[in-house]
Design a protein around this ligand. Structure first.
Ligand SMILES: Nc1ncnc2c1ncn2[C@@H]1O[C@H](COP(=O)(O)OP(=O)(O)OP(=O)(O)O)[C@@H](O)[C@H]1O
Length: 472
């Protein structure tokens, strides 16, 4: 067996962070420590990378000594934890001080139930695409095989008989992954082509903003000029009349001009009852293709691929024993998103002991993941509807650019509820609130934490909303 040496920095960090969270309190922890992540420096030393110089200074003043103390307790090699802002770290990386292989976003090894770190969003050429979501990292099997083949066909720019292509399926089973993979592959085959990827939220919010700014012509040019348009979560456009109208004209124009369009949604077009009949019918006029929940063998394949990826990035490690693998595949409730979270938890918490863990030990480590997914799943969409109703707003207000307090505060409450009641990451929540940055979500979460202590009215609102969410 090849063992990991030295111990994974992420494993140590997740222990350190758990204690810091308790000692610093949720507010400061979420503001400064949670958005930071642990990377590895050129000589294997851990580096805590903070999003800003301000956060670096705050941590250096208020938490560095304690973090080092805790680090030393948990790291058999007693390495020194350096603290750098992201800019400093990136400069050092550019200057060859670190190796690409060493850079490990902590998100990948952090339990989903303990939001210690923020997902690192890699930059990409097509706006909005995530770099890790490619065909190579997608595992095909029963439930998604046909969707996978169709996606490859669209991405190959082969003469398509079907346009638009519409993928639908339950949450967390790879729709966004396939849409991203199509984008990457199509771009690599035709670098000159214009590929536009938009979530339906982003389509709506950008369009509404363009209406207000009287700049719809630019918006139309951008979207209707695409050779391939990829729209994620189109169900979101339900009830939004002007955006539906715009999407309808966009779709017909692209199809008339032989441009490709691909949609994803949580339901087939026929069930999108909040979408106007004319648009619904156009959505189903090409190929409608279902992604189904994954069976045990697909879940096992995904676990193996995920372990392979983690071991490539973190160094070789022995896979868990087969009873542990089967437990993961069969007993972790929820979608592939929760399954991935469970694999991350196990790898992060077991470290070099991964291969020798007994089933009982694995079950104990996975406790948070088993609990989280047992609870009823709440969606971002549901939270947005509930919050906008509660505060007498429209759902679109929460996604809009409006910053007046009567809108900004409910938006922050909605973001906080999303963090509490869904397994979505900060960047993901930001995307679903009109394409906002993850730092905005972090700020909102921190603000609401503060208000819950200081503002009785907000505390009552949050309590009422939480109760409603549980009973929906
Ligand atoms: N077949 C698969 N192979 C590898 N990873 C997968 C597969 N299916 C899903 N995943 C992973 O599971 C997670 C959730 O998938 P994704 O975001 O694509 O779900 P979705 O169906 O779009 O969900 P939602 O409707 O909530 O947006 C992602 O990290 C994705 O990479």
């Amino acid at each position: 067996m090849t063992s990991w040496s030295p111990i994974l920095p992420e494993t140590v960090w997740s222990k350190v962070a758990t204690v810091l969270r308790k000692e610093l309190g949720e507010g400061p922890f979420n503001s400064y420590v949670a958005p930071s992540s642990v990377r590895t420096g050129p000589y294997g030393d851990p580096v805590l990378v903070t999003p800003t110089a301000y956060a670096r200074d705050w941590i250096s003043r208020n938490a560095a000594r304690r973090a080092q103390e805790l680090w030393t307790q948990h790291d058999p090699d007693s390495r020194v934890l350096e603290i750098k802002s992201r800019v400093e770290y990136e400069d050092a990386t550019r200057n060859g001080e670190t190796t690409a292989l060493d850079a490990v976003p902590v998100k990948d090894v952090t339990p989903v139930a303990a939001p210690v770190v923020v997902e690192a969003v890699a930059p990409n050429r097509i706006g909005g695409l995530q770099e890790r979501l490619t065909f190579d990292s997608f595992v095909a099997g029963r439930g998604n095989e046909f969707a996978f083949q169709m996606s490859r066909q669209v991405a190959s720019w082969a003469d398509g008989h079907f346009n638009p292509v519409f993928f639908h399926g339950p949450y967390g089973y790879g729709k966004t992954h396939l849409l991203n993979a199509i984008g990457w592959e199509a771009q690599s085959r035709r670098p000159d082509a214009k590929i536009v990827y938009l979530t339906a939220e982003k389509f709506t919010s950008t369009f509404v903003k363009a209406l207000m700014d009287k700049s719809t012509a630019a918006f139309k040019d951008e979207v209707r000029g695409a050779d391939l348009l990829l729209i994620d979560d189109v169900h979101f456009i339900g009830g939004k009349t002007s955006s539906q109208e715009e999407l309808f004209h966009t779709l017909t124009s692209l199809i008339e001009n032989n441009r490709r369009v691909v949609f994803t949604a949580d339901r087939p077009p026929s069930q999108l009852t909040e979408i106007e009949a004319r648009l619904r019918s156009h959505l189903s006029s090409g190929l409608v293709c279902a992604l189904d929940v994954a069976d045990q063998s697909l879940r096992m394949g995904i676990i193996e691929r995920k372990l392979e990826q983690l071991s490539q990035r973190l160094g070789a490690a022995q896979n868990p024993r087969s009873d542990v693998l089967h437990f993961l595949a069969e007993r972790v409730p929820g979608s592939i998103r929760e399954l991935e979270g469970a694999v991350n938890t196990l790898v992060a918490s077991a470290g070099p002991r991964l291969g020798s863990l007994t089933l009982e030990e694995a079950m104990a480590l996975l406790q948070p993941n088993l609990k989280v997914a047992v609870e009823r799943r709440v969606t971002v969409d549901e939270i947005q509807k509930l919050v906008s109703d509660h505060f007498g707003l429209k759902q679109a207000d929460l996604l809009s650019e409006r910053r007046t307090r009567s809108v900004a505060r409910p938006r922050q409450v909605a973001m906080w509820l999303c963090k509490q009641h869904t397994t979505r990451s900060y960047p993901d929540i930001g995307r679903r609130f009109g394409g906002r940055d993850h730092t905005t979500v972090l700020h909102a979460v921190k603000k609401v934490e503060e208000l819950l202590q200081a503002d009785d009215q907000i505390a009552r609102d949050v309590e009422a909303l939480t109760r409603k969410l549980r009973n929906v």
